[in-house]
Design a binder for this molecule. Structure first.
Ligand SMILES: Nc1ncnc2c1ncn2[C@@H]1O[C@H](COP(=O)(O)OP(=O)(O)OP(=O)(O)O)[C@@H](O)[C@H]1O
Length: 261
């Protein structure tokens, strides 16, 4: 394998079939520490399927998976989260009747130690840990720019703010890799600028990011490297500048998007 100490995620030869449909064929990516890595392609290309496979939501038919040089089996979402991959969803999945703060606290709980006994008996260490979790959750709400909504129910937040809340919840797990599934979907131009700044800041603060995004401008401006999928096949991989020049890509995706944007 071609992993180095600077490799966060190395995934190779991933295939996934749904009945008669080959949704992914031999797809592989290597993401280095501190990169923003983009996954693009037309509708139905297999981007979400790939995300779902590496985060344990779908069982792959084939593939090898390494996180920081260690093999991991993406068989269950909570195990993948514990291993260090956190994600957001294209269709927001917050606990809508819980407050923004509580949603982030839930994310943080996978990194706690007191466990059930501590929770039942409310031991000193449990209470200290709870206070630390709340403190960290408030910091993260501030970080993504929605601290003022800490006590609002998640469902009352605007669409853009719910997306930011999902990012805060994902960051609460202290991930080695944060996977964002179409974070700009449904956002207006102003919200996209703020989102871009946030993703840039997350990277500057030392995180590694995998991004599915339809907004070509955003992808090209943010990503260090990009993989392009089309009908489940990887048709190009490289820097945004390289990928933009690739004829297969222009045909499959960018050509259409350039006229659309
Ligand atoms: N659970 C499933 N069962 C059957 N087919 C599926 C399932 N999930 C995805 N597919 C099919 O696999 C193909 C790839 O879909 P996928 O959602 O991964 O594409 P995508 O690139 O994320 O598209 P979009 O940009 O529209 O979100 C599509 O043809 C889709 O219909």
């Amino acid at each position: 394998m071609t992993t180095t100490t600077d490799t966060i995620l190395h995934v190779a030869q991933v295939s996934k079939r749904f009945g008669g449909l080959q949704a992914l064929s031999d797809v592989g990516i290597t993401i280095h520490r501190g990169q923003v890595y983009g996954l693009i392609g037309p509708n139905g290309a297999g981007k979400t399927t790939f995300f779902n496979v590496i985060t344990g939501l779908y069982t792959p038919d084939a593939g090898t998976f390494e996180l920081e040089g260690r093999a991991y089996r993406p068989t269950a979402v909570h195990q993948v989260a514990k291993a260090g991959i956190a994600r957001t969803f294209q269709n927001i999945r917050l606990f809508s009747d819980m407050t923004a703060l509580e949603n982030v606290q839930v994310g943080r709980h996978i990194r706690t130690h007191s466990g059930l006994v501590g929770a039942v008996f409310r031991t000193g260490s449990f209470k200290a840990e709870e206070a630390a979790i709340e403190h960290r959750a408030r910091e993260l709400l501030e970080y993504v720019g929605i601290a003022r909504f800490a006590d609002y129910k998640a469902r009352t937040l605007s669409y853009g703010d719910q997306r930011r809340l999902e990012i805060a919840r994902a960051l609460a797990t202290d991930p080695k890799l944060i996977a964002l599934d179409e974070p700009a979907a449904g956002m207006n131009a102003t919200e996209k600028v703020v989102l871009r700044e946030l993703i840039d800041r997350i990277r500057k603060d030392g995180r590694t990011i995998l991004l599915i995004e339809h907004d070509v401008k955003l992808v090209m401006g943010l990503c260090d490297r990009v993989t392009v999928l089309d009908y489940g096949k990887q048709i190009a991989e490289g820097t945004p500048a390289d990928v933009q020049k690739n004829e297969k890509v222009i045909e499959a995706y960018l050509g259409a998007s350039h006229t659309a944007h």
